[in-house]
Design a protein around this ligand. Structure first.
Ligand SMILES: Cc1cc2nc3c(=O)[nH]c(=O)nc-3n(C[C@H](O)[C@H](O)[C@H](O)COP(=O)(O)OP(=O)(O)OC[C@H]3O[C@@H](n4cnc5c(N)ncnc54)[C@H](O)[C@@H]3O)c2cc1C
Length: 314
């Protein structure tokens, strides 16, 4: 029986592990895929306080080292559900089960991808899913933003301030983002909208991305867009499927929880069992970045420690 099991070894989960270990709780972190989480996909990060510039992998390695140095145990496994009751939980990984008094869900989210050939290969080398993170690397270069919702339009506004040409490629015949953002972009001469179009292929020269081929979704022809960067903003997919029986998810699949990292009651009034907390990109929030994920990790760990201490006092 662990004091705390943390699901997900991204910045939120690993920060929670560091805080919980410093409070002398026994901690198991279960990660299904990449220790360090999404940030490992970014070759250059410039907005983590304390680092002028760091690769996502280097930052993740430091976080893992710090969590293990503090005594957190780490397992490579996929959590498929949570069972049990308040203060006595079962974290299910297929046929294997782990037990804990408290659970922190820190499963993050992943960006919806285009699903085209070589997309993964050029991620971080021309293809980005985060203009806030990577926009500065394309200053003075031509870029395409894929999508027409708020995220895509915000990305286009930001990029149009430093890029000579910004294409906004939308699969529908209209934009779905805020009118205000649409108006700002319509007034910018370096922004061009391309409607009813989907990305078909990447144009590359060895390791250099040179552009994309887009196709008219109504059956028209194909067209080449010569760009240095492609910012994909077609939504995010949270990874909360295994927890939908235990926690309230919103329409987009995020766990409904505020800054306290405590899951909200479900519509039918079912109150989540005490001792389950949620941290990082997997919960409802407005900014999904390393700093906000690590902040959640600290908040959730301290809440979990207090929960365990209250059990001990009973
Ligand atoms: C290309 C890219 C560049 C970025 N650049 C920046 C940047 O420059 N600055 C910045 O601040 N932010 C950046 N971000 C965003 C940042 O990476 C995220 O906000 C941050 O990683 C969120 O941390 P998290 O711990 O909440 O989730 P994640 O990092 O997503 O970690 C969650 C972990 O949980 C694991 N997991 C999921 N489901 C399960 C399960 N069922 N069982 C076990 N494990 C599970 C996942 O495999 C993952 O490792 C970038 C993101 C990307 C993709």
């Amino acid at each position: 029986m662990y004091d705390i099991i943390i699901v997900g070894a991204g910045p939120a989960g690993l920060t929670a592990a560091i805080y919980a270990r410093r409070a002398e709780k026994s901690v198991l972190v279960i990660e299904k895929d990449t220790f360090g989480g999404q940030i490992t996909h970014s070759p250059r990060v410039e907005n983590i306080p304390g680092f002028l510039e760091v690769s996502g992998n280097e930052f993740a390695d430091k976080l893992i080292e710090q969590a293990m140095e503090q005594g957190a145990e780490i397992e490579l496994d996929t959590v498929t559900g949570i069972g049990g009751e308040e203060g006595n939980y079962t974290v299910i990984c297929g046929s294997k089960e782990y037990r804990a008094r408290s659970v922190i869900v820190a499963t993050g989210s992943r960006h919806r991808t285009l699903g085209i050939a070589n997309e993964e290969r050029y991620t971080g080398e021309g293809i980005s899913y985060c203009a806030v993170c990577d926009g500065a690397f394309f200053r003075g270069k031509s870029v395409a933003v894929i999508g027409g919702g708020n995220s895509a339009l915000q990305d286009a506004v930001m990029l149009s301030e430093s890029c000579p040409k910004v294409y906004v490629v939308q699969n529908l015949e209209f934009l779905t983002g805020e009118k205000k953002l649409q108006k700002i972009l319509a007034e910018r001469e370096n922004v061009e909208f391309i409607y009813n179009s989907v990305v078909k292929r990447i144009i590359a020269d060895g390791s250099e991305l040179r552009g994309i081929v887009i196709a008219d979704s109504r059956g028209g022809g194909e067209m080449e867009l010569r760009v240095d960067g492609v910012f994909v903003a077609i939504g995010q997919v949270p990874e909360n499927e295994p927890f939908k029986a235990a926690l309230k998810l919103n329409d987009y699949g995020y766990v409904v929880a505020g800054e306290g990292c405590v899951p909200e009651a479900a519509e039918d009034g079912t109150v989540p069992r005490g001792g389950i907390f949620v941290a990082g990109d997997c919960r409802t929030k407005s900014v999904r970045q390393v700093t906000t994920a690590t902040a959640d990790g600290a908040v959730a760990a301290i809440a979990a420690c207090r929960f365990i201490d209250s059990l001990d006092r009973e």
